[in-house]
Design a protein around this ligand. Structure first.
Ligand code: DNO
Length: 352
């Protein structure tokens, strides 16, 4: 397991030097942020990220995200050019040493939350989702910080209109078309795609959402069996609903999991949750059981502590401050060490 940390580039208030100081940190997860969705990333920008990371002793082997242009999701005729550009980005990233590309196939909106600063009882604050509150927000002006946006804000209203005729089956067909255009480039470049689940994993604002759990992964496998057609196991997104049994998903699809977003979530209602500190006891997910399942599946990919709370007075990018994510990384590293040592003990016949 390789511990990594998301870094938003030179404008990120969390510096690479600070990231480096988190024990066991092996690399960063980043992206080129100044190129519009659908266009080709300059090799120089990719190289710039790699050099900046390497200068701090960190690897740059995971990209999050190369956004999928809305016209690909909508299946418009312009998609062929955009898919060819996506494939070119895969080749360029592969040539620069990137091994995994995280992306999503959510129409219009990336992750959704109704609150960015839910006050927790210990005085920290966290992101939260309450379905009723969410639906009261005006989708035509909605924007959350850090979204991997694949459209221009001015075009949002028109875009929502374009999705009116698009049901789940059409989105699946457009997804399959996208995969058939990019997986050959992945094979050629030695890069794996890792789709992020829809967050939350159900339809919101009437928009179709298709990457929601085990059934989706099964369908993806049938569409394109190559393990290059892989998964980002985001425990908090899948875990927003008790319907997803995450250790069982790991068992069934372990070889396709290239990247893990590890965070805990606390269910506060049927379609409501709060983001919780990483340890199992603080939320509804058993993080030990999830990591143990990954270990048993032979996971040796990348993991990053996902969204942290804002603690100790830190301000910054919601979900992406330094302190709580660093605590999360240390917790996960500790869990993994214990699991690994117990596993080795078994292999050597020692009772641990
Ligand atoms: C939120 C992130 C998502 C994720 C994209 C992947 O914090 O997990 O924005 O990066 O959905 O494309």
């Amino acid at each position: 397991m390789k511990m990594t940390f998301r870094w938003y580039g030179e404008n990120d208030p969390v510096s690479l030097r600070r990231i480096r100081q988190i024990p066991m940190m092996s690399g960063i997860v980043s992206a080129v942020y100044d190129v519009p969705a659908g266009e080709i990333w300059p090799a120089q920008s990719i190289q710039g990220l790699k050099s900046a990371a390497n200068a701090e002793g960190l690897a740059f082997e995971v990209v999050e995200s190369v956004p999928v242009h809305e016209e690909i999701k909508l299946g418009l005729p312009s998609r062929d050019r955009l898919i060819a550009n996506y494939a070119e980005n895969i080749r360029r990233l592969g040539a620069a040493g990137v091994r995994v590309i995280c992306y999503n196939f959510m129409p219009v909106f990336d992750w959704l939350r109704s609150e960015l600063e839910r006050q927790l009882e210990d005085g920290s604050n966290a992101l939260a989702y309450d379905e009723e509150a969410m639906l009261r927000l005006d989708k035509a002006t909605l924007s959350l910080p850090g979204w991997d946006e694949s459209y221009s804000k001015e075009g949002l209203q028109a875009l929502l209109g374009q999705y009116e005729g698009i049901e789940e089956e059409a989105l699946w067909a457009n997804f399959a078309y996208f995969l058939s255009g990019v997986i050959p480039a992945c094979k050629e470049a030695g890069v794996s795609l890792a789709i992020h689940p829809d967050d939350p994993p159900w339809s919101v604002f009437g928009l179709p959402r298709i990457i929601t759990g085990a059934k989706s992964y099964e369908r993806m496998r049938q569409i394109e069996p190559s393990v290059r057609n892989g998964i980002t196991l985001c425990t908090g997104s899948l875990g927003s609903t008790p319907e997803n049994d995450i250790p069982a998903i790991v068992q069934a699809f372990g070889e396709r999991i290239h990247f893990v977003h590890a965070r805990n979530v606390k269910w506060t209602g049927e379609r409501s949750f709060e983001e919780a500190p990483h340890p199992s006891a603080k939320g509804s997910l058993d993080m030990y059981a999830i990591l143990k399942a990954l270990y048993d599946a032979g996971f040796d990919g990348y993991i990053r502590p996902d969204h942290g709370r804002m603690i100790w007075g830190e301000t910054g990018r919601y979900g992406y401050g330094l302190f709580d994510r660093a605590l999360g990384a240390s917790y996960l590293t500790g869990l993994w060490e214990a699991i690994e040592k117990a596993g080795e003990g078994k292999a050597h016949g020692t009772a641990l």
